[in-house]
Ligand binder design. Structure first.
Ligand SMILES: Nc1nc2c(ncn2[C@@H]2O[C@H](COP(=O)(O)OP(=O)(O)OP(=O)(O)O)[C@@H](O)[C@H]2O)c(=O)[nH]1
Ligand SMILES: [Mg+2]
Length: 326
């Protein structure tokens, strides 16, 4: 494999902060680049991003839920509002199918929507990890790179297998979308992913009483399960198609972000996600043997927690990689 060409990381980081389209595209390509040398440059890039932005800037939102529930339609409704209000919005659309199999990618469908062409919007489609299910490892660093220049960074993923749990582990707020009368709400209750959503959406409220019934059912079950938690997870009944009920979802998103800030858990949550990412990367490259050599995952996590910010953590990561390669 050819060595990756050397890029000017500082210029790229400055371009990212301005949400300059070509810089954003180049930055994401660099993170996606599998050639030798690219990984180190990608880490340097993340290290060059303003720590304040990474720790507590913007809002990272995951949108997940079963196929056909209306995730992309809802995303379009939200994008229209945010872009027209002048906010900078980026979307990572994680498609379960390989780009090679053809068919419309999630991101392509979004691009065709009304908001899809807006100058404030950046969309990138990605294939999900084929073998293990779940999100590809690039999604985490990409979401962070986007945070440098965008007010809102959204990750859409179809809720099948591991991906809905993975997405909840990389964002601040997870929105779980179901549609009524499909058995989805019941499946959701049975499938043991109760921890995933911060906000529940019952879409297609235009279908009438079945939507109300599903929303009531979900409200009851969610609230029964969380008597001791500070955040009461709201259930938003809305119609993405008719643009009804979107206000309440927007309010809920803001309220959840404010809640995280008030609890001081926006920054700490992002830090934990970063530690988890570092351990996963080390494990992928060097296996459990490598993790053990560094003193075990608990030791690695403790060391990371003692550092300040993304830059220092990634520098540590680089040092560990070097040590294990020796
Ligand atoms: N009646 C009604 N139909 C809707 C609504 N929102 C979406 N749909 C329809 O539901 C279907 C699926 O919508 P998508 O937005 O593609 O759903 P999705 O969850 O992104 O689907 P995947 O990405 O394939 O999992 C489409 O035919 C939409 O037109 C709604 O509010 N009401
Ligand atoms: Mg979709």
């Amino acid at each position: 494999m050819n060595q990756a060409t050397s890029v000017d990381v500082k210029t790229l980081a400055e371009g990212l902060a301005r949400a300059d389209r070509s810089c954003v595209a180049n930055a994401l390509n660099l993170i996606d680049d599998k050639r030798p040398g690219a990984h180190e440059q990608a880490l340097q890039l993340l290290t060059a991003i303003d720590g304040e932005r990474l720790n507590q800037g913007g809002h990272l939102i995951g949108i997940t839920g079963p196929p056909g529930a209306g995730k992309s339609s809802l995303l379009s409704a939200l994008l229209e509002r945010w872009c027209h209000r002048g906010l900078q919005v980026a979307v990572l659309a994680v498609d379960p199918s390989s780009p090679k199999t053809g068919g419309a990618l999630l991101g392509d469908r979004l691009r065709m929507s009304a908001a899809g062409q807006h100058k404030n919007l950046f969309i990138r489609s990605l294939a999900s990890r084929q073998q293990l299910g779940g999100l590809a490892p690039e999604v985490w660093p990409m979401s962070r790179a986007l945070l440098a220049g965008y007010d809102l960074v959204l990750v859409e993923t179809v809720g099948v297998g591991q991906s809905e749990i993975d997405v909840a582990n990389i964002v601040d707020t997870t929105v779980y979308v179901v549609q009524p009368a499909s058995g989805d709400s019941i499946q959701f209750l049975k499938s043991g992913i109760m921890e995933v959503p911060d906000i529940m959406v019952v879409n297609k409220s235009d279908l009438g009483s079945i939507a109300t019934k599903a929303a009531n059912e979900l409200t009851q079950v969610l609230h029964r399960s969380e008597q001791h938690t500070a955040w009461q997870r709201p259930v938003c009944k809305l119609s993405a198609r008719d643009r009804e009920g979107i206000d309440a979802l927007e309010e809920a998103l803001k309220a959840h972000r404010d809640h995280l800030r008030a609890q001081n858990s926006l920054t700490s949550g992002r830090m934990q996600q970063q530690v988890a990412y570092i351990i996963r990367q080390l494990n992928d490259e060097f296996g459990s043997h490598g993790i053990k050599k560094l003193g075990g995952s608990k030791q690695i996590a403790a060391h990371c927690q003692s550092l300040h910010g993304t830059g220092q953590m990634l520098a540590s990561y680089n040092a560990w990689v070097e040590e294990l390669r020796r």
